[in-house]
Design a protein around this ligand. Structure first.
Ligand SMILES: *Cc1c(COP(=O)(O)O)cnc(C)c1O
Length: 242
């Protein structure tokens, strides 16, 4: 199966899940997770009409993406993996979305580096930087906010940075890696509930995005309200971790 065939199949499965959930197909965005796959695979996906890509490591992102971003202004890079504070300045010039904001200090650093790069007139800096706040909702995953008050404080400082082109776009989570569908569903539903509550508390922030669902569980995620699914294996095949 080619990457283009895989994308068609995934799109059809997304549509089917939307129909089951009584949602319109354009209410779910497809993010192609290209980690551990070469630039050529990204180019194949672009040729098949996909423009939003997720990477989980800074080093790999800045090796693969600067050329791609320069070649085609429709391409977007989303960082979806845990981000160390000292790597923030390397990724901010290229990413238009950071989905793994999982602690207050990280948000502070992102805002600081975005301001610096704006002042310096960084040529590659995307016009907007969307932030998604990663929340811990399942037993097995280690990343994500666990303290709701820290999440609130983080939302506050990020909302105040809108003059730098930063938007608080929503939330991200990873469900536990289990075959127990009820646990997966519970994890997604808990993110949706949290998001509903925080949207009321922060009416000035858009917070529309719910990034949830990967190759193995995106159907359930869509039934539970996902607005963005992050799909790697089902598009690009198995990853080689050597
Ligand atoms: C790798 C990864 C994905 C994609 O996983 P697949 O199972 O290959 O679809 C999604 N989200 C995050 C945060 C990831 O690290």
């Amino acid at each position: 199966m080619s990457i283009a065939d895989n994308i068609s199949r995934v799109r059809a499965e997304i549509e089917a899940a939307c129909v089951r959930a009584g949602r319109t197909p354009d209410s779910v965005r497809l993010l192609a997770v290209s980690k551990f796959h070469p630039k050529e695979s990204v180019e194949e996906a672009v040729a098949a009409g996909l423009y939003a890509f997720g990477e989980n490591r800074v080093q790999e992102s800045i090796q693969k993406f600067p050329d791609l971003l320069a070649q085609d202004s429709r391409i977007e890079l989303h960082l979806i993996g845990s981000l160390q504070r000292n790597k923030v300045k390397q990724i901010v010039p290229y990413a238009s979305c950071i989905q793994s904001v999982d602690r207050f200090e990280l948000a502070e650093e992102i805002i600081k580096q975005r301001k610096k790069l704006l002042e310096a007139g960084c040529a590659t800096l995307p016009a907007q930087l969307k932030l998604l706040f990663e929340v811990h909702t399942g037993e097995e995953s280690k990343s994500g906010f666990t303290d709701e008050n820290e999440l609130r404080r983080t939302l506050e400082i990020c909302s105040l940075a809108s003059n730098t082109g930063i938007t608080c776009s929503g939330f991200m989570t990873m469900a536990p890696n289990t075959t127990d569908e009820s646990l997966i569903r519970k994890s997604f539903a808990s993110l949706r509930c949290l998001s509903d509550r925080l949207r009321q508390e922060f009416p000035e922030a858009p917070l529309r995005e719910l990034s949830m669902g990967m190759s193995g569980d995106f159907g359930i995620a869509i039934e539970e309200g996902s607005t963005m699914v992050r799909i790697g294996t089902a598009i690009f095949g198995q990853r080689n971790y050597d």
